[in-house]
Design a protein around this ligand. Structure first.
Ligand code: CA
Length: 222
């Protein structure tokens, strides 16, 4: 497994390189977007770890060019903690996963294992719920094969609902799950996000019920 790390923070990059090499990956590291783009054009990698804030070509542009060449190499993007827009844009441009800085190396290694496993086996963990499917690794939701346009937060919510289909999920569990994704949200904001997600799922006959005072439930499909 060969991994390319594009990260201009030398301390972080050194840590990533050492940790992934220790975990048995072949690792190349570059510090600018131009170098990343050129390495991706000339060599084959099994995974790209891409900082979005790179000098001499932004990470999003590197990603756009990569997908523009029809490359399906899994991409894990690294973003600033408050870079929600960048994260969403990165996922929209075809990134497979993201980590907000600062993060634990153990978490990065776990994400890397998941992404390279998918690359190797070509199979992902897919949840099904009636006409709705959710690919946990690619973080893609589809209804009857049509991909739903969901924000990173909506995807995070859908993920926990799919994992607990037919069971009650409390607001606190939803807040905790979003925090694990690096999203800061309040109990009140959850209502708004659930409302939006509910609207997007409606056409697929997928219902999220409110259990007054307790939480929500993804109703079992008919
Ligand atoms: Ca940077």
């Amino acid at each position: 497994m060969r991994v390319l790390i594009a990260e201009d923070d030398s301390i972080l990059a050194d840590g990533l390189v050492r940790s992934l090499r220790h975990a048995g990956y072949a690792v190349d590291a570059v510090t600018t977007g131009v170098e990343a783009d050129s390495a991706l054009t000339t060599s084959v990698f099994d995974l790209l770890i891409l900082d979005l804030g790179l000098p001499r070509m932004a990470g999003l542009e590197v990603l756009k060019r990569l997908r523009g060449r029809d490359s399906h190499v899994p991409v894990l993007i690294l973003t600033a903690l408050d870079g929600v827009q960048d994260r969403v844009r990165g996922l929209d441009l075809g990134a497979d996963d993201y980590l907000a800085k600062p993060f634990e190396l153990a978490e990065l290694e776990a994400r890397v294992r998941a992404l390279t496993r998918r690359g190797a086996a070509g199979a992902a963990t897919v949840y099904r719920h009636g006409a709705l499917t959710y690919d946990q690794v690619g973080r893609v939701a589809q209804v009857d094969g049509q991909t739903l346009e969901l924000s990173a937060r909506e995807i995070a919510l859908l993920e926990i609902f799919m994992q607990r289909s037919g069971r009650m999920v409390s607001k606190e569990q939803l807040v905790g799950h979003l925090c694990a994704w690096g999203e800061e949200v309040s109990n009140n904001a959850i209502e708004v996000y659930v409302h939006r997600l509910r609207k997007k799922l409606e056409p697929g006959q997928v219902r999220i019920s409110t259990i007054r005072g307790l939480g929500y439930c993804l109703d079992r499909p008919h």
